[in-house]
Design a binder for this molecule. Structure first.
Ligand code: NFS
Ligand code: SF4
Length: 653
């Protein structure tokens, strides 16, 4: 039985103070939020452990999670087959989401090169040339347009290549690639891999969990080193490669006297165009004529992260706050494109009389206003959005209550900027990073990423985990909703160095960087892959990604996309810990395969923990294991004695 809603304390639901205030207000207003729905609908105990199959009409078949081997499906499928197939389909769905997003960016790139759309242009020609060269496309003495067209055709193979290795394999460290070749997991085009994943997991096809796992890895690699990477690189080429910018976050960025427009979703083209619309003097005048002091564009989720790192726009919060922000009554329009957009937003938006606008043909929502964003004429869509927001501002009837909470932080670290930051403009290099890992000041690197989830106290694990890691000299790289959890907690500014261990703090001080580096949206996890590849190339930390003292974690994940990301990191050689829940039947051979055997086969492996302290312990133990294997564990002991010596000297002085 679910507890009556009023008995769940708000402080048990979230550590985000503004979201807490809005949950309280929603309860007073009689508005249901997804936290309430998560409470009234408990997760299905069989589905939670991925122990059911509905791939054919002889079933659905469900296994006994307490004794997984005591039965098989009607077709005879074992629990290992069933759980592996379910896992494979999650990876296929997550990969499809990232690669379809990437493909849309690539098509926009083609239209820009061909002059079919005049509204966007190439903002970073240097990156265009760099990516072309990394894929062995000739650039010397050629017109940028010709190089760009060749790059387009080459990158299209990321999706369509029927046979052979996709182009981005040229950026994978040699030994890692050799390992994939030997293991038979080098991806072909994403369309082929996703198709084969779906085929092999249908009734009566692949019924060997180890063989299914190979296709799971191959599909996920087509995401990380394929679709997601194309998405990041093309977005940088079209909209500019991010560099650090100070941004204000949390719900306090909404302004009572301005027309507040929230952009929520994932593709940067919507927000790039709305930025132009919101600055149009005609529309600004219209806002003023309606009694507003201006137009306030605010991002949420991954769109918000893209807007923040490229334009310094404020960010109102992560996935668990998208309904709550509407409860302020201050949102004059919420506009969305694709992914992570709850259908429940519609009802909340209706209650607060906020226009809720979908813009992408792939993602309509029943009852929402749909204004299609036409790439050749995006302004006709985004101007209309702004006009609708101005009209709502003028007719605001609902009381406005904005939580007066904001935090400032620095975001927009790209692979390229880290290179520049560490090495200086003329000798940009990851060598100082490697050196500081070898000498032990930095213990290792952790990518802390992923969603928030109403079944897990919002932001809590992200923040506690990252605090624990930096205290132990682990440099943290962030993307997605996790980055926003830390930003709201004030841990993305230089001030966070005060919470870092002595070694990491010293490096941060010397380089002038925070110990927590925000890299952007979830597709930007590909920036972490490229950074890892560069660390291998620079040398001193082993021959492949699996040798690096590097780990990953998504403590409060919810999306299939997160599973795809986790798997491409695991397949690339990284230890990945997920928190809160895992789609796995406990005590199965498939569980052992993902959590132990993959590492012995030369990949990374999966881990799980519910408590952030335990997550940190697992991640740090793995980093130390990699340091020992590299023979650099001694240097760290020396650094620590030096620090202790120095402190005792200070104490006696
Ligand atoms: Ni990533 Fe971005 Fe957030 Fe999770 Fe959703 S917004 S793509 S999936 S919830 S981190
Ligand atoms: Fe049941 Fe097998 Fe059909 Fe799945 S494929 S529903 S296990 S009979």
């Amino acid at each position: 039985m679910a507890k009556p809603l009023e008995l769940i304390k708000v402080e048990d639901i979230t550590t985000c103070e503004s979201t807490a205030q809005m949950i309280t207000k929603a309860r007073q207003d009689g508005v249901e939020l997804f936290f309430d729905r998560a409470n009234s609908m408990k997760a299905c105990p069989i589905g939670e452990q991925a122990a059911c199959c509905k791939h054919c009409a002889m079933g659905p078949c469900r296994m006994n999670v307490n004794s997984p081997y005591d039965r098989v499906g009607v077709c005879g499928a074992t629990v290992d087959t069933i759980v592996a197939r379910n896992f494979g389909r999650m990876v296929a769905a997550g990969t499809a989401a990232h690669t379809d997003h990437g493909m849309a960016m690539l098509e926009l790139f083609r239209d820009v090169i061909q002059g079919k759309t005049k509204e966007y242009s190439i903002k970073d020609p240097i990156k265009l040339v760099e990516i072309a060269e990394s894929l062995e496309i000739a650039t010397e003495g050629r017109e940028l347009k010709d190089v760009a067209m060749d790059l387009y055709h080459e990158l299209e193979l990321t999706y369509t290549q029927v046979d052979g290795e996709i182009p981005m394999m040229k950026r994978v460290p040699r030994q890692t690639l050799e390992h994939w070749r030997a293991a038979g997991v080098v991806p072909r085009g994403a369309m082929r891999e996703i198709m084969e994943m779906m085929h092999r997991t249908a009734m009566g096809v692949d019924q060997d969990y180890e063989n299914i796992t190979k296709q799971i890895s191959r599909t996920a690699l087509a995401d990380g080193w394929g679709g997601s990477m194309v998405s990041t690189d093309i977005s940088d080429i079209l909209f500019g490669t991010p560099s650090p910018v100070e941004v204000e976050v949390d719900m306090g960025v909404l302004q009572k006297d301005k027309v507040n427009i929230i952009i929520h979703g994932h593709e940067p083209n919507l927000l790039e165009s709305i930025v132009v619309s919101a600055a149009d003097p005609v529309l600004v005048d219209a806002a003023k004529a309606a009694g507003a002091s201006g137009i306030n564009l605010v991002g949420m989720c991954c769109s918000g992260l893209e807007a923040m790192s490229r334009h310094g726009l404020p960010h109102a919060g992560n996935f668990s706050s998208t309904e709550a922000v509407l409860v302020t009554g201050a949102v004059d329009c919420m506009t969305v494109d694709i992914q992570c957009i709850k259908q429940g937003l519609k009802k909340v938006a209706d209650f607060y009389e906020t226009p809720f606008i979908t813009t992408n043909y792939r993602a309509k929502i029943e009852g929402a206003i749909h204004i299609h964003l036409e790439e050749n004429d995006p302004r006709s869509c985004t101007d209309e959005i702004v006009i609708k927001a101005i009209t709502r501002f003028k007719n605001r009837k609902k009381p406005v209550q904005i939580p007066q909470i904001t935090a400032k932080g620095v975001h927009g670290f790209s692979y390229e900027y880290i290179n520049y930051m560490l090495g200086g403009s003329f000798r940009g290099s990851y060598k100082p990073l490697n050196d500081n890992i070898i000498n032990g000041r930095i213990r290792g690197v952790a990518g802390i990423v992923g969603c928030t989830n109403p079944r897990s106290k919002q932001d809590y694990s992200h923040v506690e985990l990252v605090k624990e890691l930096i205290k132990n000299d682990v440099l943290v790289l962030q993307t997605g909703c996790s980055q926003m959890a830390l930003a709201k907690a004030g841990l993305t500014g230089p001030g966070a160095a005060a919470l870092a261990g002595p070694g990491l703090a010293e490096v941060c001080e010397t380089v002038g960087m925070p110990p927590v580096l925000g890299l952007g949206s979830c597709v930007d996890n590909s920036r972490i892959l490229i950074a890892a590849a560069e660390m291998v190339k620079v040398g001193g930390l082993g021959d492949c990604i699996a040798d690096l003292p590097a780990v990953g974690c998504a403590p409060e994940w919810m999306s299939e996309k997160a599973i795809a990301i986790g798997q491409y990191f695991v397949a690339s050689g990284v230890y990945v810990v997920f928190g809160h829940t895992f789609p796995m039947t406990k005590g199965t051979r498939f569980e052992k395969h993902l959590f132990e055997d993959l590492e012995n086969l030369g990949f990374g492996k999966w881990g799980f923990a519910s408590d952030p302290k335990e997550m940190a312990r697992l991640l740090i133990a793995h980093i130390d294991k990699k340091r020992a294997a590299l023979g650099i564990d001694k240097s760290r002991e020396r650094v620590l004695t030096d620090m202790a010596d120095r402190r005792s000297l200070d104490a006696t002085a």
